[in-house]
Design a protein around this ligand. Structure first.
Ligand code: GLN
Length: 459
């Protein structure tokens, strides 16, 4: 298909899918400009594909709002490294995708521009915070999408929407141009309809970037191949991720996947990650602490709309701009983060959370050092939940991250792939690997995918 045809078709699909509220910014003019750019450039590995970008990745053509009123209409003077690499690889940038405000959430209900609808059941959420990206790929609007993970925000919506979501190791992909949320956790991550698609996009954006000193001095990830079988691969099942009260559909989906892994020749081993229970409380201290620090930059002086406030002094400017600009979840994180870092409390909360984070990291190291190549778990405790179900109870919302935030705290690569359906709703299985071992994880996912018909009902 020519770039012009792809731009036309993508515009039509975006229009038809408008009800999902998954795209915050797109226009046929920008799509056509993309087509002209592609026609003038050499072909690349992503030629012929369209990519949606979570709206916390800065772009010079579209505005970047982070789904917040505080950045309404903001246009970046520079482009994120990952976005530049996607363009250089020949992809058509299709749209900026909706998200939970500043990527805070697990349902994409916390967007200042309205919630995103689950493509298969509009009464449900697509997961979050990269729910717009996940929904666009699941609905077939774009070939792939970029999202961001701080604590599971690509794997969790991938699981809910029935697509593949891949979070790389921390430092594999440049964070330059990703609006900072939790700087020790943030990873740009990819969505695709299959592992192959998500892996190809990840390979294109990976590799060292002098503009982000936390990227590791490693060559870009090479595209893995699908193995014939998984003979010789040891896959651990951490018992903490399979509690006796696990949702029966989720369990059935995982059981099918585990049987398929065995069938492929993998050795399945029971393992333990004893500090898993600390992950959610640890994450919800470390994350708000970093968020509160990062979001201090939105002060009405440098970015977005400015509200002067009645007194007209600088404090009134901060109060009015931040008071009107930030939604409730963002305020909650700033309050919690400021509290856990404050004098007299930081030893009790922040420092203890850092110690707990180390215990979680040590658990993973121990298991991988004992000869386990990969870990397999459910991605989420339940299939997609109903809109409004958890918005009044932040702790219930936070618990949706229980299986995804450990790998984020440890900086490890992890992915979610569809393993079946429960009453029509997709179920995700998670693979996790040791630091910078994306290749083994992606290969295993390709093998598993080839033997699982992920649309099969499990109950
Ligand atoms: N749900 C998590 C949170 O709200 C994850 C966010 C993310 O990964 N961006 O913090």
């Amino acid at each position: 298909m020519t770039s012009t045809a792809l731009a036309g078709e993508t515009g039509k699909k975006l229009k038809d899918a408008a009800v999902l509220n998954a795209a915050l910014s797109w226009s046929q003019e920008l799509l056509d400009a993309e087509a002209r750019r592609l026609d003038a450039a050499p072909a690349g590995v992503l030629s012929g594909t369209s990519v949606a970008l979570k709206d916390n990745l800065v772009t010079t053509d579209h505005p970047t709002t982070c789904a917040s009123r505080i950045l309404q209409g903001y246009v970046s003077p520079f482009e994120a490294t990952a976005v530049q690499r996607v363009r250089d690889a020949g992809a058509l940038i299709a749209a900026k995708a909706n998200l939970d405000e500043f990527a805070m959430g697990s349902s994409t209900e916390h967007s200042a521009y309205g919630r995103v609808l689950h493509p298969l059941d509009h009464a449900r959420v697509p997961g979050g915070s990269s729910g717009g990206s996940a929904a666009l790929v699941a609905a077939g609007v774009t070939t792939t999408a970029l999202g961001s993970e701080t604590g599971g925000s690509v794997r969790q919506p991938a699981s809910f929407c029935g697509v593949v979501g891949v979070k790389p190791s921390y430092g594999r992909v440049s964070r330059f141009g990703l609006v900072a949320f939790g700087s020790s956790l943030d990873c740009i991550s990819t969505f695709g309809p299959t592992t192959h698609h998500a892996a190809q996009l990840l390979c294109a954006i990976s590799g060292h970037d002098p503009l982000d000193p936390t990227t590791r001095a490693q060559p870009p990830l090479a595209m893995p191949t699908a193995p014939k079988d998984l003979r010789g691969v040891v896959i651990g099942l951490p018992r903490e991720y399979f509690p006796t009260d696990l949702h029966p559909g989720v369990r059935a989906g995982c059981d099918r996947a585990i049987a398929a892994l065995r069938h492929l020749g993998a050795e399945i081993r029971d393992v333990s990650l004893p500090n898993t229970g600390l992950a959610v409380p640890t994450y919800y201290i470390v994350n708000p602490a970093e968020a509160a620090a990062n979001l201090a930059r939105f002060d009405g002086v440098r970015y977005g709309p400015r509200h002067i406030g009645p007194e007209g002094d600088v404090r009134a400017l901060y109060r009015a701009t931040r008071g009107q600009g930030f939604g409730p979840e963002v305020r909650r994180r700033i309050l919690v983060g400021t509290f856990v870092l404050s004098a007299g409390y930081s030893d009790q909360y922040y420092r203890r959370a850092q110690a707990a984070r180390q215990l979680i990291i040590d658990d993973f190291h121990r298991v991988f050092a004992a000869g386990v190549d990969l870990l397999f778990t459910p991605t989420t405790p339940t299939p997609a939940f109903k809109a409004g179900e958890k918005t009044d109870d932040p702790v219930q919302m936070y618990l949706a991250d229980i299986f995804v935030c450990p790998a984020s705290l440890a900086g490890l690569p992890a992915l979610s792939l569809p393993v079946g359906r429960d009453q029509g709703l997709p179920l995700g299985g998670q693979l996790m690997a040791a630091d910078f071992n994306e290749a083994a994880m992606l290969s295993a996912s390709m093998a598993l995918e080839s033997v699982l018909d992920a649309t099969a009902e499990v109950r």
